[in-house]
Design a protein. Structure first.
Length: 243
């Protein structure tokens, strides 16, 4: 029997990072502000991740919103790539779009060149493209190792048919990593249906907020927070390892 699919866990704080690594994550996507779909992590969090026995890719996304970037924003992203390299991380996850949703190959080629020597994931900016077959070929030609995708749908389960088509098209030249809405209850079926060898999840669960009532009243603390509990990661690992 071959190796089980790799589980990449996205985390945005020290507790989540340590829980994911300790519970069997195969790779970490390191972010800030997962409630905003992930932004570039802090230098201190990068440094902590670099000390863990698990490869880490830093999200390179300087602001929330779309992936259409100005020249100044691209310069910031280049600096963030330098920070990830300087911290000793394994790679970066990035993406850039044109207003049409097509991949911005000009921006991406500059960022890929700047990230020379680091692993490269094309994040879910890919899910905005009008033509997935063309976009996958462009991603491979640009030098990305993998594409994170939900198949253009809200969740990977809903996009499973397209994800399966992308796996066939990729023919091992570039990895297709399925993500969005995956958990221990659906990940094994998704893998069987699509043939992906990598999956991506936050492994989060709603948990009561930390902090006193005054902190909540002043808006510093949400009434509900995301808690990437160790048992959620471990459950997904078990589901992926099951025959």
């Amino acid at each position: 029997m071959g190796e089980p699919p790799l589980l990449e866990v996205c985390v945005d704080n020290p507790a989540g990072l340590l829980a994911a690594v300790g519970s069997g994550a195969g790779r970490i996507e390191l972010c800030a502000a997962l409630e905003l779909s992930g932004l570039t992590p802090s230098p201190g969090l990068m440094a902590l991740a670099a000390r863990q026995p698990c490869p880490t890719f830093a999200m390179i996304r300087s602001r929330p919103g779309d992936f259409v970037y100005s020249a100044a924003e691209v310069d910031v992203m280049r600096g963030d790539i330098d920070a990830a390299r300087g911290a000793g991380l394994a790679g970066v996850a990035l993406g850039a779009s044109r207003p049409s949703g097509d991949l911005d190959e000009d921006v991406l080629s500059r960022l890929v060149e700047h990230a020379a020597g680091l692993g490269l994931t094309l994040h879910r900016a890919f899910d905005l493209v009008p033509d997935f077959e063309i976009a996958l070929e462009r991603a491979a030609a640009l030098g990305f190792q993998r594409v994170l995708t939900s198949g253009g749908e809200r969740t990977a389960v809903l996009g499973a048919a397209r994800i399966a088509d992308l796996v066939v098209q990729a023919k091992g030249r570039i990895e297709i990593m399925a993500g969005s809405g995956l958990d221990a209850g659906n990940v094994a079926a998704l893998v069987r249906r699509t043939g992906v060898r990598e999956v991506h999840a936050s492994c989060g669960a709603s948990a009561p907020a930390h902090g006193n009532e005054r902190a909540q009243a002043l808006g510093f603390v949400s009434s509900q927070q995301r808690d990437r509990r160790a048992e959620s990661v471990a459950a997904m690992v078990r589901a992926l390892e099951a025959p």
